[in-house]
Design a protein around this ligand. Structure first.
Ligand code: GDP
Length: 445
């Protein structure tokens, strides 16, 4: 068990109740010295009503205390939660009483990280705790809940098992040639298995990328020359929904000008106000600033107010958007009486006529989020996706080296994939292959 940590679990505002959470070795003994009820020897999850005092014995508040022995706690160690009246002053005094008794402030996420260290949650489930708190739509909340219930990790566990078996089959061929016929897969079978695993991991990546869009929304940069109608388009899209999202200290979230929800997706429009503030940019696109928002965005919408070819600066923006969704909107359709020639990937609309569906439909279509993505567990954090990509690359490397004379490369590439999958689940980085792998094969029978 770790040292005793303490933190306020609710926002530091006046409210009906506040919750102070604490965990660590000896926390019942510590609480017993500050609380009016005997809690030192609690064996089962138990709640008490009593008085909390500071280290000098001065009463702070009447509180409800829940004691969770290690076997029944989130953190996997003895834990105490104190429900006090919702005054930041009272909560602070309770925390100070802990500090005076030798506890320390918890660091960010430390309760959840202890839960992970004590095997109460795997890493994917631990990440889901944060996703659940951050969820900005019903759909994102559902995805996080599925991960917290272990449904996302469950996608990976059979793959981990099959990678272990594949590794074992190759290792058995090396180390115990006499068992080869009995237990080892033929090279052909090993190759097929590696290919099948790679395609399963690639599907998880595709589903994870869709899940990421559902969860985090799509960051959109609206760029274009001044006066083409960017602000008007933004206002039409945000409409009543306009929600200014301010940056949360300590997070790296981009400053967002507004969010719109459309068919279950969240569109986050990046703050490009700088384009309008710079007087020197009147006749220019404000290329530098545009490029910065382009780099942060998942989707770039270049706005024109006439149906013309892109100029050099606009082409530079298109180039910089490589690998992202890139759409050209031709605004002010109401001013054009004649018919236009429809070009690929151009969306024609009139913000003045309040038209937003053509753009939002196109963004949703380009984001490629299928209906299933809203209801399916997925491995969708950037950490998870980068490890899945690593596993897929390693299996690609294994497939390129699937020949008798390069079995060692094949095997180390499969090991690379296996390690990435284990890291994703937060399992130990040091692997004891014998346990997990050879136990399946009864080599010593
Ligand atoms: P920005 O500089 O790109 O943000 O452009 P604004 O949104 O400020 O719009 C510039 C001018 O174009 C304003 O006078 C708007 O009223 C006008 N405008 C925007 N959209 C349309 C449209 O669809 N049709 C017409 N006729 N005018 C528009």
């Amino acid at each position: 068990m770790g040292d005793i940590i303490v933190a306020l679990a609710t926002p530091p505002l006046k409210s009906a109740l506040a919750v102070v959470r604490s965990s660590g070795e000896g926390v019942f003994r510590l609480a017993g010295q500050l609380f009016s009820k005997k809690v030192e020897t609690v064996q089962e999850r138990t709640s008490f009503v009593g008085y909390w005092s500071n280290e000098k014995g001065e009463r702070i508040d009447q509180v409800v205390v829940i004691c969770y022995p290690a076997t029944h706690s989130l953190t996997g160690e003895d834990a105490v939660e104190i429900f006090c009246h919702g005054s930041p002053l009272i909560a602070t005094r309770i925390i100070n009483s802990y500090l005076a008794m030798g506890a320390r402030y918890a660091t960010n996420g430390e309760f959840t990280s202890r839960a992970f260290l004590h095997g109460k949650l795997d890493l994917v489930e631990a990440e889901a705790v944060n996703d659940l708190i951050e969820a900005a739509s019903d759909e994102a909340q559902k995805l996080a809940m599925m991960s917290l219930e272990g449904k996302s990790s469950a996608l990976l566990k059979p793959i981990r098992g099959r990678l272990a078996a594949l590794l074992a089959s190759v290792e058995v061929g090396f180390d115990f040639p006499e068992y080869e016929e009995e237990t080892a897969l033929s090279l052909e079978k090993a190759k097929n298995e590696a290919a099948s695993l790679k395609s399963e991991i690639d599907s998880l990546i595709a589903e994870g990328q869709e899940g990421r869009v559902v969860k985090d929304g799509l960051k959109v940069a609206l760029v274009g020359r001044p006066n083409v109608g960017k602000s008007t388009i933004l206002n039409v899209i945000l409409g009543e929904d306009k929600a200014i999202v301010s940056p949360i200290p300590g997070t790296t979230r981009d400053v967002v000008e507004g969010e719109a929800r459309y068919n279950g997706l969240i569109f986050r429009f990046l703050d490009t106000a700088g384009l309008r503030e710079n007087p020197e940019a009147i006749e220019k696109i404000g290329i530098e600033k545009s490029l910065i928002s382009v780099d942060k965005a998942d989707a770039v919408v270049l706005v024109l107010d006439e149906d013309r070819p892109l100029d050099a600066e606009e082409k530079a923006i298109e180039k910089r958007s490589k690998g992202k969704i890139f759409l050209v909107v031709v605004n002010k359709e109401d001013l054009r009486s004649g018919k236009h020639e429809s070009r690929a990937k151009r969306i024609y609309l009139s913000a003045a006529r309040q038209e937003k569906a053509p753009l939002l439909d196109a963004l949703a279509k380009e984001a490629g989020v299928s209906a299933g993505a809203f209801a399916r567990p997925s491995l969708n954090s950037s950490r998870q996706l980068s490890l899945l990509e690593k596993a897929s690359r390693s299996l690609g490397e294994a497939l390129e080296n699937a020949s008798e004379d390069r079995l060692d490369i094949f095997s180390s590439a499969v090991l690379g994939a296996y390690t990435a999958v284990r890291k994703l689940l937060g399992e130990e980085a040091t692997l004891d292959l014998s346990d997990e792998i050879f136990s399946r094969f009864c080599v010593g029978k």
